[in-house]
Design a protein around this ligand. Structure first.
Ligand code: ARG
Length: 567
């Protein structure tokens, strides 16, 4: 039970006509600290109790006098203002914390599966900053739901299918060189892709050739398939390095091509259910009754589209994983696509389509401007991460030249900084990536929070503490306002985890980590920890440090940011 729940319980005994949830929802935090920790407004009770609100407040305050949990209680007009006993706060938070396995986790998701479609990069195209967002957000949502007891299935819905593969095959046959591409990887593929677009401007017949090459691939042409498979392998080998750096894993890599033999059945079903219409030779599903443009399901030449494959994929996932929810993490520019295909499934009579959720995010651009694959102006994520690691290494070398494992720490902090920055604001916001903001060790950044963790770890090392001892949390030693603030924030962790998961918003945790780190740093600056003269005080403060460090580590781990012990 939280402190607030204890207060509500106490109030309920005095006001038996109200239920606990009502009291909980009525309890307020006063605008000014001087007024108390909690305020209970009595206006709403006047009618039912046939008493003036101020009188109810006065009587309730009198009835609460002498409660152990309260340091003071006072009626001020229609409010009951309460100040909580500081030692009781220490005890309550300690109990709650010790009961968590781990703290903030729960089993609310038991028996429920969540499929997460994220990262879902496009083969033969650079893994760029946009896909980092999907990767970081999806990974965090996976960790949050798993923490809440859900089973998660992580799917990388690779973009390994479509006419661009026809273009690539044509380009490779015309200008490609096997060794060069082996060596240059995705960059080599990008080179020939860019060349294709340049040449096709002069010679539009190249586009026709690309289309027919793709059709041949769809029809199972062995030789083309070999080349395509090779493109996929080259790309996967290269992106796996980025996934390793980010410490991100998937349960399945099931690209769009996986659904190649499953789309016919979907088209047939749409036809049978009377949902398919012909329009200028192509097949569409009319969605005008839902104020949406029609969805294209088959092109004039009979080939499938992104939507067709997504329909097949959703049906496959429901059959295979029997999900409770299936989340798609992509840029907000795809919102219409998702609304359309969710609607089509609903029209097909699949009530489970209610469980499909698009989790959109805004654009991350670099200071140099937006990127486009066609003209080759793109920043590879690998380069961005390498630069982050290098810049971090230089900062650490200056601050802490004797640090061992400097390579590993620079990687953890450099990559952590980029991920943290990505998850700092509500995902829907557009962002501009700026190095001085991302790597500022004193700002609201990953390095700042990681540094706080390292500072706490160093205190704990020196104190020889490696497990949390609840009995050390002596109330009278942790009643100063700084310790109390740390405890107040620690107590919020479970509700923050829940909120972040419910809203699919990892930034709730990112912000939480900053708040906890700042509160701890104030505590650290205002109080002697290791040099506290009294042993009980020293032990209490180190125990609080341990508790804080564990919660901070859990929070960072939920957003996919690592916690080096030294930096
Ligand atoms: N590959 C797509 C892209 O890069 C994202 C795929 C998202 N998942 C899906 N099932 N449509 O934009």
């Amino acid at each position: 039970m939280t402190v607030k729940e204890h207060i509500a319980g106490m109030l309920q005994q005095k006001l038996p006509t109200l239920d606990l949830d009502t009291i909980l929802s009525m309890l307020e935090i006063p605008p000014e600290k001087e007024m108390g920790d909690y305020a209970f407004p009595c206006f709403r009770l006047a009618k039912e109790m046939r008493k003036a609100p101020a009188l109810i407040a006065k009587d309730t305050a009198e009835a609460l006098a002498g409660e152990q949990l309260l340091e003071s209680v006072q009626a001020v007009g229609p409010y009951v203002n309460m100040r909580v006993n500081k030692a009781a706060v220490v005890q309550i938070v300690t109990e709650e914390y010790a009961a968590g396995h781990p703290f903030g986790s729960s089993d609310e998701g038991e028996g429920k599966t969540i499929v997460l479609d994220y990262s879902s990069i496009n083969i033969a195209k650079p893994f760029h900053v946009g896909h980092l967002r999907s990767t970081a957000i999806g990974n965090a949502i996976h960790k949050l739901y798993r923490y809440l007891g859900y089973k998660t299935v992580r799917v990388n819905h690779l973009g390994d299918y479509g006419t661009q593969f026809g273009k690539l095959v044509v380009a490779y046959r015309k200008w490609g060189n096997k060794e060069e591409i082996e060596q240059k990887g995705i960059r080599g593929l990008l080179d020939i892709y860019v060349r294709f677009h340049k040449e096709a401007e002069q010679d539009p017949s190249l586009d026709d050739e690309a289309r027919s090459t793709f059709t041949a691939l769809e029809n199972g042409d062995e030789e083309i398939r070999e080349i395509w498979k090779w493109f996929v392998d080259i790309s996967l080998k290269e992106v796996s390095k980025v996934y390793d750096l980010l410490d991100v894993q998937f349960d399945y890599y099931l690209g769009e091509s996986f659904y190649m033999d499953k789309t016919d059945a979907v088209v047939k079903e749409l036809q049978e259910k009377g949902l398919l219409e012909e329009s200028e030779g192509a097949m569409i599903v009319d969605l005008s009754d839902c104020d949406m443009p029609p969805a294209l399901v088959l092109k004039k030449d009979g080939s499938t589209l992104y939507t067709t494959r997504d329909l097949a994929a959703a049906i496959y996932r429901k059959k295979t994983y029997d999900f409770y929810k299936c989340l798609y993490v992509t840029g907000s520019e795809q919102s219409l696509h998702f609304s359309q295909f969710f609607k089509i499934l609903e029209k097909m009579g699949y009530s489970w389509s209610k469980g499909l959720v698009h989790v959109p995010f805004g654009l991350m651009s670099l200071e140099t401007g937006k990127m486009s694959t066609r003209n080759g102006q793109v920043v590879f994520l690998q380069d961005l991460l390498d630069e982050a690691i290098e810049k971090t290494r230089r900062i650490i070398e200056e601050k802490n030249p004797n640090l061992k494992d400097i390579d590993q720490v620079a990687t953890q902090v450099g990559v952590g900084a980029v991920v943290f920055n990505d998850l700092f604001n509500s995902r829907i916001k557009d962002e501009v990536f700026a190095w001085d903001k991302v790597l500022n060790f004193d700002g609201e950044t990953g390095p700042y929070v990681q540094y706080t963790f390292a500072r706490a770890s160093s205190i704990l090392r020196k104190a020889g503490v490696d497990v949390f001892h609840p009995e050390d949390m002596k109330g009278e030693c942790l009643s100063d306002e700084y310790a109390q603030e740390v405890l107040r924030i620690i107590e919020q962790f479970p509700e923050k985890v829940k909120e972040a998961a419910d809203r699919y918003e990892p930034y709730v945790i990112t912000r939480y980590a900053v708040a906890l780190a700042s509160a701890f740093n104030r505590f650290y600056h205002e109080n002697a920890i290791l040099s506290a003269e009294d042993e009980t005080v020293r032990k209490a403060r180190t125990a609080l440090t341990k508790m804080m460090a564990e919660v901070l580590r859990s929070a960072l781990s939920l957003i996919g940011v690592q916690t080096p012990e030294e930096m």
